[in-house]
Design a protein around this ligand. Structure first.
Ligand SMILES: *[C@@H]1O[C@H](CO)[C@@H](O)[C@H](O)[C@H]1NC(C)=O
Ligand SMILES: *[C@@H]1O[C@H](CO)[C@@H](O)[C@H](O)[C@H]1NC(C)=O
Ligand SMILES: *[C@@H]1O[C@H](CO)[C@@H](O)[C@H](O)[C@H]1NC(C)=O
Ligand SMILES: *[C@@H]1O[C@H](CO)[C@@H](O)[C@H](O)[C@H]1NC(C)=O
Ligand SMILES: *[C@@H]1O[C@H](CO)[C@@H](O)[C@H](O)[C@H]1NC(C)=O
Ligand SMILES: *[C@@H]1O[C@H](CO)[C@@H](O)[C@H](O)[C@H]1NC(C)=O
Ligand SMILES: *[C@@H]1O[C@H](CO)[C@@H](O)[C@H](O)[C@H]1NC(C)=O
Ligand SMILES: *[C@@H]1O[C@H](CO)[C@@H](O)[C@H](O)[C@H]1NC(C)=O
Length: 911
């Protein structure tokens, strides 16, 4: 059955070659023209030197960035009068044309950053009254007159990086709607009293002066922008002196947030922020300042501060006066604020350092180095809800005891992050006083102990315990989680000893509220059937990267272990990388809520038909990197009926109609939101046509055509076979057909005179035809047999002289009941016998439908010769009509007997 398909595919190979060939050429596709979509034209990165004239006239947005424009001739924008947004950034434009905004009266945003605009005159923007957003960053601006005076609706202006030597963009009040002004990366060092006079009537709230090397601030310089709420002064490198001056100037504004990152503020003193005493500053960012010292009382003025960020500094010492006065602080970020240098000593946090922060809710101490945690370190944090000490280097946390964190006993702590603190042991009762704790993070440590349950004493409210990446050293016991009955989330990935779960009863038994259980990456090989018993709320179970193959094997002693029993509410199940090569029929039974099933990187090949039958809610199915060759509807139609994500690439799909047709058709018709990589799902086995091609290239039509093709094949091959058989049959038995056909014809057409002939008196019993040479035999054997009842016609003896020979033969044959051939080689050579007599005899046989011929063989003559010369064959006659002259004298009597029978039998042809 292979031949028709391969024949068929040869065609496809040819067709496919031509179909796919041009695609290869287009593979490294590059944008060569503008993309127009939803009224937006993207002409960026096209090396254009002019605005294309042939875009749709109704576009509202045009992106000409990263091209080679040297100007924006208004005429070139004539076709697009409806433009609202124009981006000509990253070009070489040297001038803004005054007619630009006349051509584009509706223009709202204009981006000209990274160009060469130099002189900006009053007329240039005089018609841009609709503009709300203007970016002129990174040009070489030189302002003439009042270029921005017409921008009555402008809300955001960016003139950063223009080497401007003054913040004074104008001398007359203007820009009434301006909210945000960016003057960053300019060269002025002084803020004069009237520099911001032009903003006196505006609503400026955000001012960016990043990397402006300010040295002098004239008193009252910020007075015109008293509505200022946010000032960004990152990387300005001003000294403490300038900063304190700035702060006193800011007191005349409504400043709310101040960013002072990267300012090299090595030391803070108790006067630095004194100017902000009257203000309402709530946010202060002092990160990346290499700050080594914060003198006592530095923050005492900032009583309204809520967020203080001190990340990435080099603070050596925190004392109980450091945070003095921060009465409203709720969030303190000290990430990498206390660092241990190679030579310097480990920073110290004094007892009661955090005591002033009674309102603090979140304390970030990530990646800090602390010499020790004492009994009073966190005392006074009476509002603390979250403490993050992840990646903290602190010896106290290595072997954590019931004293280590005791200073947190008065805090309503809910979240404690102790990720990566090099913890090796948790002693009984270490967290027992954190009665409100809900989240405990212990990932990435070196815990190596048997969890007896005492470690989590007192954590009655705990909902999440994360313990992943503990290097397979944790051993469980049946009581491990007896004190945390409220647990919802438990992660133990890459933490457990590979035998940790082989327990009876299961350690998870008390966790009836558990919804999320991660046991991945543990190399677990032994689980008991009742591991999940009682976890009636479990929704997510992660078991990837374990060694569960044996448990589901048919041949497992005691039968397959159905370890998913009891988790009927499961919604997500990950079983990737488990070496699974079998899924027992019952393994996934009852998981009717399962929405996500991941089985990638296993060895699954043929799946039992009903294995997924209960997965009626499945939305996500991952089966990539298995050994799946066929995707049959019997297995997959149920799980795939509601799917929104299917990942099934890297399987050795057998791209034949039986194996893949249903799948490809399903893929083509699916409404699924995504089938990532299914386009790269390639056919891995024959036929060659699809080898290494996406299965989506599989031509389903080829299968539909299969039926007629098959029928055609069967038909044509049958015809050929029949032809061959008939040819052979005709070749070897043609005479038989011809013979019976003739008899049939003569009988049906009424030539038969058999019935008549039977009654007719025959004159002779046999007409004997023999060769000249055999006359002696005839005289010796045949003639003696004659008597009254039996007469033979012998030509030599009975022919009437004078009658024509032919007539005589015909007449006498008709008068004879039988025609007897004495067959010898000489007879066959006799032309008369061969031609006429034999012919006539045959004619007689056929015409009369009688088996009237008797052959007597004196010699052994081949049937082939017989048929060639006498047109007779042994097979045409009944066996009793064929006689052989015996060599043996004793058998002559028997021959006579046979001969008489042959001559005397009824002539009716009975068959
Ligand atoms: C600032 O500190 C100095 C000594 O370092 C001290 O004399 C002065 O009283 C402090 N000022 C305030 C307002 O705390
Ligand atoms: C600070 O806020 C209070 C009330 O929230 C307000 O009365 C006061 O005017 C504000 N001070 C400044 C300088 O904005
Ligand atoms: C705990 O700390 C780690 C490391 O800093 C961090 O990735 C993780 O998000 C933190 N967890 C929580 C719940 O804050
Ligand atoms: C702390 O543990 C030790 C020994 O484990 C015990 O003697 C002591 O009473 C515990 N202290 C508290 C406050 O629980
Ligand atoms: C825990 O929270 C409750 C209210 O949620 C509060 O009454 C109790 O004082 C808190 N416990 C501690 C130790 O702060
Ligand atoms: C499970 O949670 C419910 C409500 O969330 C609570 O009433 C019940 O007590 C919890 N069960 C256990 C064993 O803590
Ligand atoms: C995919 O479906 C579309 C119509 O839904 C049909 O025109 C197309 O031939 C199908 N392609 C294949 C490969 O079945
Ligand atoms: C595909 O979506 C159409 C309309 O959004 C819906 O009629 C059809 O039933 C959906 N087919 C499947 C297989 O979900």
């Amino acid at each position: 059955m292979c031949s028709p398909r391969s024949l068929h595919f040869t065609w496809i190979i040819i067709v496919c070659y031509f179909l796919t060939w041009p695609h290869h050429c287009l593979a490294s596709h590059k944008k060569t023209s503008c993309n127009v979509q939803d009224g937006r034209a993207d002409c960026s990165h096209l090396s254009l030197s002019a605005i294309p004239p042939n875009l749709p006239g109704n576009i509202s947005s045009l992106d000409m960035s990263h091209n080679r424009l040297v100007g924006i001739p208004p005429a070139s924008l004539n076709p697009y009068p409806g433009l609202l947004h124009l981006d000509v950034s990253y070009n070489s434009v040297t001038k803004l044309d005054e007619h630009l905004c006349q051509t584009l009266p509706l223009l709202q945003t204009l981006n000209t950053q990274h160009n060469e605009v130099h002189l900006l005159k009053e007329e240039d923007l005089s018609h841009c009254t609709s503009l709300t957003w203007l970016n002129m960053a990174s040009n070489r601006l030189k302002l003439h007159g009042e270029p921005f005076s017409a921008l009555k609706n402008l809300k955001s202006l960016d003139v950063s990086m223009n080497k401007m030597v003054s913040a004074k963009l104008s001398s007359r009040p203007q820009l009434p709607k301006l909210v945000s002004l960016n003057l960053a990366l300019n060269d002025f060092t002084t803020l004069k009293k009237d520099d911001f006079y032009f903003l006196e009537n505006s609503a400026l709230q955000v001012l960016d002066l990043s990397s402006v090397p300010l040295k002098t601030l004239e008193p009252g310089c910020l007075k015109p922008i008293s509505g200022l709420r946010t000032l960004i002064m990152d990387g300005s490198n001003m000294g403490a002196q300038v900063l304190s001056k700035l702060c006193s100037e800011l007191s005349e504004t409504s400043i709310d947030a101040l960013s002072l990152r990267k300012n090299n503020l090595v030391t803070l003193t108790n006067s630095t922020f004194a100017g902000l005493q009257k203000g309402n500053l709530t946010f202060l960012d002092l990160s990346h300042n290499s700050m080594g010292k914060i003198l006592e009382g530095s923050f005492q003025w900032l009583t309204r501060l809520q967020t203080l960020i001190l990340a990435d500094n080099n603070i050596k010492h925190l004392t109980k006066a450091t945070f003095q006065g921060l009465k409203s602080l709720t969030k303190l970020t000290l990430t990498k604020a206390l660092a241990k240098g190679r030579t310097s000593a480990t920073p110290i946090i004094d007892d009661f350092s955090f005591q002033p922060l009674s309102t603090l809710e979140s304390l970030m101490l990530q990646q800090t180095a602390i010499r020790e945690i004492t009994a009073q370190t966190f005392t006074g944090l009476t509002s603390l809800k979250e403490l993050d000490m992840s990646w903290c280097s602190c010896i106290s946390l290595r072997d954590i005891t019931n004293k280590t964190l005791l200073s947190l006993a008065g805090s309503p702590l809910r979240k404690l992050n102790l990720t990566a603190t090099a913890m090796t042991n948790i002693n009984p009762g270490s967290f027992s006083f954190l009665t409100n704790l809900t989240n405990l993070l212990l990932d990435l440590n070196y815990l190596q102990q048997t969890l007896t349950g005492k470690e989590f004493e007192g954590l009655g409210q705990i909902q999440e315990i994360h313990m992943t990446y503990n290097h397979w050293k944790i051993q469980l016991s049946s009581t491990s989680f007896i004190n945390v009955p409220n647990l919802r989330v438990l992660t133990l990935g890459k933490s457990l000893n590979s035998n940790a779960l082989n327990l009876d009863p299961s350690p998870f038994q008390p966790l009836s509220n558990l919804t999320y259980l991660d046991l991945s990456n543990n190399n677990i090989a032994n689980i008991r059937q009742d591991m999940l018993e009682g976890l009636e709320n479990l929704k997510v179970l992660k078991l990837q990267h374990n060694n569960l193959a044996r448990l589901w094997k048919h041949a497992n002693p005691g039968g397959p272990v159905m370890f998913l029993k009891g988790a009927a509410k499961l919604m997500t199940l990950w079983l990737d990388n488990n070496g699974l090569d079998e899924i027992p029929e019952e393994a996934l039974k009852g998981l009717s809520n399962l929405r996500e099933l991941s089985l990638s990187n296993n060895l699954l090949n043929s799946l039992k038909d009903s294995v997924f039958d209960d997965l009626k809610s499945l939305r996500v199915l991952r089966l990539q990197k298995n050994l799946i060759t066929t995707v049959k509807p019997e297995v997959f139609s149920t799980p795939m009926s509601n799917l929104s994500l299917l990942v099934m690439d890297k399987n050795p799909f057998d791209c034949t109609c039986e194996s893949i047709l249903w799948f490809v058709t399903w893929l083509n018709n699916t409404n699924m939101t995504s089938v990532p990589d299914s386009a790269t799902s390639i056919c891995a086995t024959l036929p060659l046509t699809y080898f290494n091609h996406s299965i989506l290239m599989f031509d389903t039509l080829s299968c539909k055509d299969m039926t007629p093709f098959q029928a055609l094949y069967i038909l044509s091959s049958t015809a050929v076979l029949m032809l061959m058989v008939s040819a052979l049959f005709v070749r070897f038995h043609g005479w038989r057909i011809q013979f019976y056909w003739n008899i049939l014809v003569s009988r049906t057409l009424g030539f038969s005179d058999a019935s008549v002939g039977e009654g007719r008196e025959f004159q002779y019993d046999a007409y004997i035809i023999h060769a000249e040479r055999d006359s002696r035999w005839v005289e010796r054997v045949m003639v003696p047999l004659e008597n009254e009842k039996c007469r033979f016609y012998l030509e030599d003896r009975d022919a009437v002289p004078g009658v024509s020979m032919i007539e005589s033969i015909m007449e006498n044959m008709r008068r004879s009941r039988k025609i007897l051939f004495v067959v010898t080689e000489s007879l066959l050579r006799d032309p008369w016998c061969r031609r006429f007599k034999a012919h006539h005899a045959l004619h007689q046989v056929i015409e009369a439908s009688r088996d009237s011929v008797v052959l007597v063989f004196l010699q052994n003559v081949h049937d082939y010769k017989l048929s060639r010369t006498l047109f007779l064959r042994r097979g045409m006659l009944r066996p009793c009509r064929i006689l052989e002259w015996p060599e043996d004298k004793d058998r002559v009597l028997a021959f006579h007997q046979k001969l008489l029978i042959a001559l005397g039998m009824t002539n009716r042809f009975k068959e």
